[in-house]
Design a protein around this ligand. Structure first.
Ligand code: NAP
Length: 369
């Protein structure tokens, strides 16, 4: 009797401690929006979001110009590009709150892809000097200035524009690294599902540059676009389901992941690889995204362990050689970044609103001048 009562009390205490911990964690999770009420001493314009919500929460504000650490480079941003990630960061979803801040977003900056001029360098930086034109990855690129680690930047070739260079990092790396996960070989048949977004337009062209035969899946309005970037075959997903066709593919590069494991297996060759790149772009709803992530994880880590057809999941990583390879492909005329719209920094909220609709064609670029 006594033991039962002790157990009851202790489990009650555990629940109470958990609730208290959640409550404290929730209130402690804040950002610098209210703290930095004083006017910045060395101001620059930057895009910030202090709350989760619609793209209306995104504002252009005066903030403190960043100062590079020893191994960082201060970049005068000339162009930045948006990715599906930027739309997910703003959106109010419980998964987003768990990852990016329970009550408010921890990091109020937006933008990852950057191209610009080196303004200043930290004292340990050896590969760059002021005036160099660079591109790569860092945080808070929707701003007049951003700081990047030396390891996350490469020199921009003169013949590649700032807009083109800014379109490359996340989407281009996702395409190239995903196709590598698919062990792509010349002469193979590759299908790109979701061929018209930021990642898809690069995946089609990079796959073509490997000497493969590419089938692009897109909607009716984008048929001409995928043809113009070199797709050999086109499947309009509003009229035809590619998983019901007779064709088999060595690599299925899936940006959308809107078909089951068995449906996708059906159209893979016996040793084919399905690369699980994404889950439908910036427009996919929070609950839908969670379902697709969970089923992809189960597919990649569970189901596909028992078959010769593999389902590969990966997280895109910064890689200088890959960025250089993408810029080289542009210079060789084998890659043409598809930039659907370019917005000025003060119109970034409008750009994010458009991206969040989920029907962007290629990349959306933000320029500072
Ligand atoms: N693995 C990683 O580390 C990694 C890195 C970066 C991105 N990603 C993921 O990759 C995915 C694609 O990113 P993104 O930048 O390309 O997104 P995006 O630019 O927002 O994608 C939008 C495109 O998706 C197409 N689309 C939407 N529903 C479709 C469907 N049912 N079938 C075919 N196409 C469809 C749209 O075409 P329509 O207008 O014709 O519908 C639109 O062109 C995202 O889920 C993103 O999170 C993953």
């Amino acid at each position: 009797m006594k033991l039962k009562r002790i157990l009851k009390w202790s489990s009650g205490l555990v629940v109470l401690a958990l609730v208290l911990w959640l409550f404290i964690a929730y209130w402690m999770s804040t950002n610098d929006c209210n703290r930095n009420a004083a006017a910045p001493s060395n101001p620059m314009k930057a895009i910030r979001y202090c709350e989760y919500g619609s793209p209306d929460v995104v504002k252009l504000e005066n903030v403190e110009k960043p100062v590079p650490n020893d191994n960082q480079v201060l970049i005068k941003v000339r162009a930045a590009s948006l990715n599906a990630l930027d739309a997910y960061l703003i959106r109010d979803s419980w998964l987003g709150r768990l990852m990016f801040g329970l009550r408010k977003p921890r990091d109020t900056r937006l933008g990852r892809d950057v191209a610009g001029q080196v303004e200043a360098i930290g004292k340990s930086v050896t590969q760059f000097k002021p005036g160099d034109e660079v591109f790569g990855l860092c945080r808070g690129t929707l701003a007049e200035y951003a700081v990047a680690f030396e390891r996350a930047l490469v020199i921009k070739p003169a013949s590649v524009s700032f807009e083109q260079a800014a379109s490359l990092p996340i989407a281009g790396l996702t395409a190239i690294q995903g196709l590598r996960e698919g062990k792509i070989q010349p002469g193979q048949k590759v299908l790109v599902n979701g061929a018209t977004g930021g990642v898809g337009t690069f995946a089609v062209q990079v796959a073509k540059s490997f000497g493969t035969e590419v089938t692009a899946v897109c909607s009716t309005r984008n048929v001409d676009l995928v043809r113009s970037i070199g797709a050999d075959h086109i499947i309009d997903y509003t009229k035809e389901d590619f998983t019901k066709g007779d064709q088999h593919y060595d690599v299925l590069f899936d940006n959308v992941c809107n078909h089951s494991f068995f449906e996708r297996r059906r159209v893979l060759t016996p040793k084919g690889i399905c690369v699980l790149a994404g889950m439908g772009g910036a427009g996919v709803k929070g609950s839908e995204a969670i379902g697709r992530i969970a089923s992809n994880l189960f597919t990649a880590r569970g189901l596909s362990a028992f078959t010769d057809q593999k389902f590969a999941q990966y997280i895109t990583k910064m890689n200088k050689e890959d960025l250089i390879m993408l810029a080289d492909l542009i210079q060789e005329g084998k890659l043409r970044p598809v930039i659907e719209r370019t917005y000025k920094l003060n119109n970034a909220p409008e750009a994010l609103r458009y991206l969040a609709e989920g029907h962007a064609r290629g990349k959306i670029v933000i320029t500072t001048e």
